[in-house]
Design a protein around this ligand. Structure first.
Ligand code: ZN
Ligand code: ZN
Length: 419
């Protein structure tokens, strides 16, 4: 179904998507979602002198801090960026849900949850050569929603086909072996693929979405993090050298959620609720849950709580949750949807946000902490990870609007405001 909001008489050098206008770019335009890139990674790498291209973007282009959408997870933010709109508009407010109609938990692995068209699909429709490259395949179908163009993941770059991905044998095209899903190379492959697509004339609008493997594992000043920042920087330099306008933002930041002794700092709300009201009367959903368990053990700073048993008092649930150590905020679903621009009809009875540095979990038995293999828990999901960098390679025209800058404004800036 064609869900574009472009009117039949609209000029073909611009589109209107989700109420905002975007120009078809005259220059190659690349937007990078730097997964998990807390602003401290940019700052620390700059101080270490390992990111000359990012430094030049800051001094000669445009640099600001923007707010990611809540919850600060990968899927809601990536979809927001390509839609130029918050979850209330596009419907994706987590990686993992309790389907309220079936009572089953579902992983978002396709575009079934999406209710809005993307800027990418719109630009392809008016003639841009659009390519989407993601680190993880779980995001590819959502980002390629309605797109007539190229879309593949580093994770599954081998065996891509023209029919499904818009490019045959993407791995062969990029000329690199498929990287391990738990590696920094997964993200670097995405950037290398973008470079190859531009060099080969296959794309002029690109969305490149990285993985936050390194940030989950390493603090900004760790040698591994600095090496990764330097490797990303070298590829950004090449994109700029190729004449591209480059915009970089992140889907969320990253916070250390371990106690000083290294043990993850977790409040297991499922256990608390089961003890108070009985097992099966409530259900805690961790929307961070995805197949990349070694990143985070499905622990982050935001959970949804469903009350399944009609005899359980909602007020009692809310009071109990709000009184737990490490819980910063508990809201009823409708209130949370309004405050955080999430789709109200998909909201749980309650949401809970953790204090900075505290993860919220379901039951302790639901989370395999051993997956962290002794590393400190670093994760995201709450308000503490909402600040993200917002960088452009070129100066931008001043805006007279006085509105809050969001990560999903990045296409607006890259397409409409670069001089
Ligand atoms: Zn992410
Ligand atoms: Zn993550």
């Amino acid at each position: 179904m064609n869900m574009m909001t472009t009117g039949a008489h609209a000029p073909r050098d611009r589109i209107v998507v989700n109420g905002r206008q975007y120009h078809r770019p005259q220059r190659t335009t690349v937007v990078i979602c730097f997964d998990g890139c807390d602003p401290t990674y940019i700052e620390t790498a700059a101080q270490a002198g390992v990111t000359p291209a990012l430094d030049a973007m800051r001094s000669r282009g445009h640099f600001a801090l923007a707010d990611a959408v809540m919850p600060t997870f990968t899927n809601p933010n990536n979809v927001s960026i390509v839609c130029g709109a918050p979850p209330a508009v596009h419907g994706v407010a987590g990686n993992f849900y309790l389907d309220l109609t079936t009572g089953e938990t579902v992983m978002m692995l396709d575009a079934a949850m999406m209710r809005a068209p993307t800027i990418l699909a719109g630009l392809a429709e008016i003639g841009s050569k659009v390519a989407v490259v993601t680190a993880k395949d779980k995001l590819r179908k959502a980002l390629a929603f309605g797109l007539d163009g190229i879309a593949f993941s580093a994770e599954c770059a081998q065996g891509t086909t023209d029919e499904e991905h818009g490019i045959a044998d993407a791995a062969g095209f990029v000329g690199l072996d498929k990287p391990d899903q738990y590696s920094a190379e997964l993200s670097l492959f995405v950037l290398d693929a973008g470079i190859r697509l531009i060099e080969a004339g296959r794309a002029d609008v690109l969305y490149l979405s990285l993985s936050d493997y390194v940030q989950h594992k390493h603090a900004p000043d760790a040698p591994e993090a600095l090496a990764f920042m330097a490797a990303v920087d070298a590829r950004v330099a090449r994109l700029i050298e190729l004449g591209a306008v480059v915009g970089i933002t992140a889907d969320h930041g990253m916070t250390d959620m371990s106690r000083p002794d290294g043990v993850p700092h977790v409040t297991y709300l499922g256990d608390v609720l089961d003890a108070a009201f009985g097992k099966g009367t409530t259900r805690v959903i961790c929307p961070i849950t995805d197949p990349f368990v070694r990143h985070h053990g499905a622990l982050g700073g935001f959970v949804r709580v469903h009350v399944l048993d009609g005899s359980v008092s909602h007020r009692a649930v809310q009071d109990l949750l709000a009184g737990q150590p490490g819980v910063a905020l508990v809201l009823r679903g409708a209130e949370a949807a309004a405050r955080f621009e999430m789709p109200e009809d998909r909201e749980a009875d309650f949401i809970a946000v953790g204090d900075a540095g505290v993860a919220l979990g379901a039951c302790a038995t639901d989370h395999d902490i051993s997956q962290l293999a002794g590393e400190r828990l670093r994760s995201h999901g709450g308000l503490s990870e909402q600040r993200v960098p917002f960088l452009l390679s070129h100066p931008v025209a001043k805006s007279d609007e006085n509105r809050r800058l969001r990560n999903f404004d990045i296409f607006d800036f890259a397409l409409n405001r670069v001089g």
